[in-house]
Design a protein around this ligand. Sequence first.
Ligand SMILES: Cc1cc2nc3c(=O)[nH]c(=O)nc-3n(C[C@H](O)[C@H](O)[C@H](O)COP(=O)(O)OP(=O)(O)OC[C@H]3O[C@@H](n4cnc5c(N)ncnc54)[C@H](O)[C@@H]3O)c2cc1C
Length: 547
Amino acid sequence: MSDIDCDVLIVGSGIGGLTAAIAARVAGLRPILVEKQHLVGGSSALSNGALWLPNNPLMIREKVHDSRDAALTYLGNFVADDDPGSSLARRGAFLDGVAPVVALLEAQGIPLQRCEGYSDYYDLLPGGNAAGRAIEVRLFDANLLGPWRRRLRPQSFRTPARASESAELSQMGASWEGKAKTVQVLMRALDARLRGKALLSAGAALQGRMLLAALNRGCDIRTNAGLEELAERNGRVTGAVVNFDGWKRRINAHYGVVVAAGGFSHNRGMRARWQDPLVDPQWSSANPGDTGEAITAMARVGAALGWMNEAWWVLNFPGGGKSGSHRIVPELHKPHIILVDQAGRRFVNEAAPPMEVGRACLERNRKVPALPAWAIFDSRHRRHYSFGSALPGRTPRAWLRESHLRRNATLEGLARQCGIDPGGLEGTVTRWNTMAMRGIDEDFGKGRSAYNRYYGDGGHVPNPCMGMIAKPPFYAAPLVPGDVGTCGGVLTDEHARVRRADGSAIEGLYATGNCTAPLAGPHCAGTGQSIGSSAVFGMIAIRHLVR
Ligand SMILES: Cc1cc2nc3c(=O)[nH]c(=O)nc-3n(C[C@H](O)[C@H](O)[C@H](O)COP(=O)(O)OP(=O)(O)OC[C@H]3O[C@@H](n4cnc5c(N)ncnc54)[C@H](O)[C@@H]3O)c2cc1C
């Protein structure tokens, strides 16, 4: 086995890995970034590309009110001060890393903008911010990557739409603003095609820009190169054994190793060991490299683990056929739709953050069958709003023919078709309709928060998230708790150092992103939390290792 030498070995080419690579070059180091797949970008490239960065410089420039204290208070809603995965010091370090990470990206020429109005997920909690703390990159022409263009993980959807445009796009069948935004995005796509641009948005634009910046900085990026084992000497991590397409080589890392290798969504064994046995890894939308062996490698050198039972849950509609499965989020915020268990009862605010709704399904299922849970909606929902890939008013016949989506003239008939208790469903819908007329959800508060309303129908009164389910035909879609990645992993401290169970740091070993225990415990504080914190701790790791 021959050796390669570098200053720092970075494992994984998601947002955490690429941020660390750029930070390392800026610090004058010689990093090697290894990515086990042939494509660069990780789940980060498939995502909406938003970075949740409280009190960020863009907010300050635009005079949007926020503060470090408010953000710290906000994060404190989700985890105890002594949460081993997210100590107070770690949360503070994250907030202190926000301005430097924005400066780092901007110094590479990466243009950033705010996701205006994309509220924190829990804006009503102390410290919450309804104006939105997330930022995103501008669109990116992948041609700028030259030969590396083909090695960037492709975008998960076709249209070049930014995260901050998703709410307006979800209104394409309901408002003139939604229609205008749709036309704008289509024109943008057409214009790009005519000009020969390979226009990317969201996570693909983020990762395309990060990759370009890393290449411009002279980063050594090696694909088809997977970490197998960490190398240790006297309790210090000194490098790793990396498998280059079947050829193992030892990489010696003078300063240390930064692991940014994502979670374990597609690892059946780890899922079965740590998570609800009913969760099928096939429901995950994470990139195929999300297989967890880097977490295992860190555990082998003594890393303690936390929140391994958790994932970034999001409900999935297994549409089947060519259309595949669909993450269902804005659909549930709209009027004329509820989510019920198989007894026909609601059990959660449908417009709550996706992670909470997904977990609620799993928890409900322990008492009442709720796998699948059923989205129940009427013809007005179908006419005005998209559902998965089905545009407003256009329901794929195959979905109905193959019973992926059920349709019936009566609620009772619909319930029988789905195996839902008809009496339970009738009772729930009657109560829902009474509450919808007044616009107040006395049971779960749907439509109360700015985040609920962000994806609601602004033109619908009195509550943009509540409308009667009364106009036949009625529809039912089975939804299961999928995810966009697991979020449990090694415990890290405020310097991104990996910790042992006794709290001590493993010298030379750093980690960030989905292979670490998350910043807000089993909650997601706002869109882009995982991406924002992975970037910040990728940078912090490098700063600490060269200190
Ligand atoms: C469809 C989709 C939508 C999403 N939407 C959102 C959203 O709206 N908001 C949000 O906050 N998050 C979202 N996410 C989640 C978010 O993208 C991830 O949580 C985040 O990007 C993880 O970043 P990371 O730095 O941990 O690395 P990742 O992007 O997970 O990349 C890790 C990389 O490491 C590589 N790797 C793994 N093991 C090894 C090894 N042994 N050796 C070498 N390389 C290895 C993998 O192949 C992968 O390329 C979404 C994800 C998906 C898939």
